[in-house]
Ligand binder design. Structure first.
Ligand code: NAD
Length: 488
């Protein structure tokens, strides 16, 4: 007998799928494990291709009515979802931390409020989305945003509910129906979101959640002929598979992928600020797509920067992410820990030096690491580690800094520390990155576009870019005459 209801830190989570407004079990399950202590949390429904197809069918059936629902009503329901998130904020925070090991205090104060904000933001934007009119030779060109249809949203484990709602909220606001497939290493908050959405009055079938392994059910979702949009956040290899699968029906894709972003520290920078920005890259144990893991420092200040970095990083507390004092939690999974350690071992074998860290700790914890003596073409500089591992290289000229910064296959983000505004403008213009931060990190207005260049992604989301993606834009051209009847 499979137990479907889990109790996680006192919170009840239904671990079945949510399809067409009903909980649906699978014959098989997989075990969800907490990265905090490696203990089993419980059994999660292991979706099958047939269940993935049933979720798409439910989304298809619910689409006409949801697409026809007046915008104000859609917006009202999305605000009610945000209310539900706020009401259950503490529960969501505790469950997410148990499930993926990121800091509880970040979930409480930053992440879950932002989850609610995602719904409010796109609900409000929907009401401001104007239908544009142009006129040419007396003909009216009327541009409208038509809901595109059932949308498959596939998300990773490092910021599960935040990244899911960054897609769910605009897709629903646009009038699309959704099949959400959360990552198998952090499946729980997606299930709670289904409860919250139902309580908020979202009609059955408008949001569906299918649990399971991407390798088993991904293809059934991404190659399905009735799916009109696929939005994916995750790794480059999975994106390739999804793109190939989506090619069957030329389904439009949005891809938010990995990165190997640089932090450029110029000699004219406020060095304490630069050090703070560098140490911040250990947040979420380095499991952040945007993390500036390649620190590039002008050589005249490299020694002093390193001294202050080591001092500051030495003040970080690594431990149980539920503790208020913790700064760095565990790595999500033993496989991820193995991967991180492999990267570091190979770098050390190739001649790198660990200024700090360079080794595992107990359980799933990896010591915050800074490696020097690395070459630009080495694996550790070119490949995404997705752990608390930074490299430090030096440069002598601005040209060299830009060349090193741009010299990977990624282009997700870049961060600059400089006191010279003209330099900031010059360098920013030459960097290949979806987001550039100057003397700051991680701050972002949801109205601005978000996404990656090169292999860090395809497309942009945020503000009107999200609506452009989730809608079919239509231009209706009307002649000035020709009416035999006009009731207008
Ligand atoms: P992943 O690619 O292994 O998995 C992501 C999701 O894809 C999971 O839900 C997984 O089940 C699913 N999946 C796996 N195979 C599939 C298939 N064949 N078809 C359909 N879906 C499939 O990524 P991950 O390890 O969960 O996440 C880490 C990666 O995500 C890193 O590369 C990180 O940089 C990236 N990321 C990017 C952003 C961004 O916004 N650019 C944000 C967070 C994470």
């Amino acid at each position: 007998m499979i137990e479907h209801t889990l109790t996680v830190a006192g919170v009840t989570v239904d671990a079945r799928h949510w399809i067409g407004g009903e909980r649906v079990a699978s014959a098989e399950t997989f075990t969800d494990v907490s990265p905090i202590d490696g203990r089993a949390i419980g059994e999660i429904a292991r979706g099958t291709p047939a269940q993935a197809a049933a979720a798409v069918a439910a989304a298809k059936a619910a689409f006409p009515a949801w697409a026809a629902t007046p915008r104000a009503e859609r917006a009202r329901i999305l605000h009610a979802v945000a209310d539900g998130v706020e009401k259950r904020l503490e529960e969501l925070a505790v469950v997410e931390t148990t499930d993926n090991g990121a800091l509880l205090r970040s979930h409480r104060r930053g992440v879950m409020p932002r989850v609610a904000h995602n719904f409010r933001f796109f609900a409000d934007w929907l009401l401001k989305l104007d239908h544009e009119d142009f006129e040419t030779r007396g003909h009216t060109n009327h541009v409208s945003w038509d809901p595109a249809g059932p949308s498959v949203l596939i998300t990773p484990w490092n910021a599960p509910l935040m990244l899911a709602t960054w897609k769910v909220a605009p897709a629903l606001a646009a009038g699309n129906t959704v099949v959400l497939k959360p990552a198998e290493w952090s499946p729980l908050t997606a299930s709670l979101l289904a409860d919250i959405a139902a309580e908020a009055g979202l009609p059955a079938g408008v949001l569906n959640v299918v649990q399971g392994y991407g390798s088993e059910i991904g293809d059934a979702l991404t190659s399905h002929p009735d799916v009109r949009r696929i939005s994916f956040t995750g790794s480059v290899p999975t994106a390739r598979r999804i793109a190939a699968s989506a090619a069957a029906h030329l389904t439009p894709l949005s891809l938010e992928l990995g990165g190997k972003s640089p932090l450029l520290v110029f000699a004219d920078a406020d060095l304490d600020l630069a050090v703070d920005l560098a140490v911040e890259q250990y947040d979420n144990a380095g499991q952040v797509c945007l993390a500036a893991t390649r620190i590039l420092v002008e050589d005249s200040v490299a020694e002093e920067f390193t001294r202050r970095f080591v001092e500051k990083a030495g003040q970080l507390t690594q431990g149980d992410p539920r503790e208020e004092a913790a700064d760095i939690g565990p790595t999500i999974h033993p496989r991820q820990l193995e991967k991180i350690d492999g990267f570091v071992r190979r770098a050390l074998d190739a001649g790198a030096r660990a200024v700090i860290g360079g080794h595992r700790k107990d359980g799933r914890y990896y010591a915050p690491t800074l490696l020097t003596g690395v070459t630009q073409d080495s694996e550790i500089v070119q490949e995404e580690v997705f752990g608390p591992v930074l490299t430090l290289q030096t440069f002598t000229t601005e040209d060299e800094a830009v060349r090193l910064a741009n010299d990977t296959r990624f282009g997700l983000a870049a961060t600059l520390a400089t006191g010279d505004r003209a330099r900031a403008e010059r360098v920013t213009a030459r960097l290949v990155a979806g987001t550039v931060w100057v003397n700051c990190f991680f701050v972002r207005d949801l109205r601005a576009p978000f996404g990656g260049s090169r292999q860090s992604g395809v497309g942009r989301e945020g503000g009107s870019w999200s609506f452009d993606f989730y809608c079919d834009l239509k231009n209706t051209v009307t002649a000035p005459n020709g009416w035999s009847q006009d009731h207008g």
